[in-house]
Structures are given as C-alpha cells and as structure tokens.
Write a protein of this length. Structure first.
Length: 156
C-alpha cells in the first residue's frame, strides 16, 4: 500500500511538472491570430501602435495628411490576414501606400520598435510577437522600394 501511494504521488509530481513545462507553449492547432488574442488583441496592438506613433518625433510627420481611421482599420485587416485570422485585406498595396515617402532603414527600424512596444503593452507573448514580425518581413522590400513594384509609364 505505501508502495502504491508513493507511485501515485510520483505520477502527480510528473503531471505537475509536465503542465508547468507546457504552460506558455503554443497549442498546435492555434492560429497566430488566436495567439495574438483574436480581433480584440489585434485591435489593441494597432491602437497601442497609433499611441506610440503619436509621440514618435521621427515618424509623426509622415502621418500629417493621413486619414487615421482608415489607416487603423486597414492595418487591423492586414494583421488579421497575415496571422490567418480569415480577413481579407482591402487596402492599397504596400508599394502604393508608401510610394511617396522615401523611407530609410532608420524609419523602418523605428516603426518596428513602436510595434514591439505596442505588442509588449498589449501583453502579446514574445513567441507570437516574433511570428508576427517574421510574417511582415516579406513586405519589407515593397515598403522600402515601392518604385520597383509600381507600373512605370514606359514611352510608347
Ligand atoms: C512592414 C512594414 C509596414 C507595413 C506592414 C505597413 C502597413 C501599412 C498599411 C496597411 C497602410 C494602410 C494602407 C491603406 O491606407 O490602404 C499603411 C499606410 C501608411 N504607412 Fe505603413 N506599413 C509598414 C511600414 C511603414 C513605415 C516604416 C512607415 C514609416 C513612417 C509607414 C508609414 C505609413 C504611412 C504614413 C501610411 C499612410 C499613408 C497615407 O496617408 O495614405 N509604414 N502602412
């Protein structure tokens, strides 16, 4: 009988250790969108980003003429789409949206820092933050070199 008790308590300890190890890990069938907190999580991230941009001296000038309501809703839509949330992004292409800005690396880095701060403030798990950032990487070239992606008027 004491033997059985010891085996049971051993099993319990193993289960507790396994649960602890599993806490914070992703469930295999969860989308990135779910790990970001769904619509509520993505909306909070975007609102936090707008807040960060509002006090970013380096970037705020770019948004002087921007319709912020539209920017907010298109960005929510885009983050939902890239994180497999089932949305369809209906905004401008990344080349069109950034075509007149002549952005350099320091602008890009500054926006990424603001996005990380926005995700930290939203309580987004670091693994989900990294996954979202890596899904935005393929857009880098289009944002930074829009002219490569836009139709040019070729002389006929
Ligand atoms: C991967 C990086 C980026 C992504 C995914 C992204 C995404 C977007 C999206 C979805 C829009 C809205 C497009 C629309 O209105 O249809 C937008 C617009 C805009 N983005 Fe970005 N962006 C990125 C990088 C940057 C950077 C580095 C800046 C630097 C300041 C920037 C500044 C702007 C501005 C000012 C607008 C508004 C343009 C306007 O007023 O029409 N973006 N961006």
């Amino acid at each position: 009988m004491p033997e059985l008790k010891r085996t049971l308590s051993h099993l319990c300890l193993v289960s507790v250790l396994m649960l602890t190890a599993c806490a914070g890990q992703t469930k295999p069938d969860e989308t990135l969108y779910q790990r970001l907190g769904g619509l509520q999580g993505v909306t909070t991230i975007v609102d936090n980003l707008l807040y960060e941009l509002g006090s970013n001296e380096k970037l705020i000038g770019f948004f002087a003429e921007t319709d912020i309501d539209r920017f907010r809703s298109k960005l929510i839509e885009q983050l939902c789409q890239v994180s497999d949330g089932g949305c369809e992004y209906t905004g401008d292409s990344m080349a069109q949206a950034h075509s007149t800005m002549s952005l350099d690396q320091s602008h890009f880095d500054s926006l990424v820092n603001d996005l990380i701060a926005a995700m930290d403030a939203a309580g987004t798990p670091v693994t989900a933050q990294n996954d979202l950032l890596s899904r935005l990487v393929p857009m880098y070239d289009e944002v930074m070199h829009p002219q490569r992606y836009l139709e040019t008027d070729s002389p006929s």
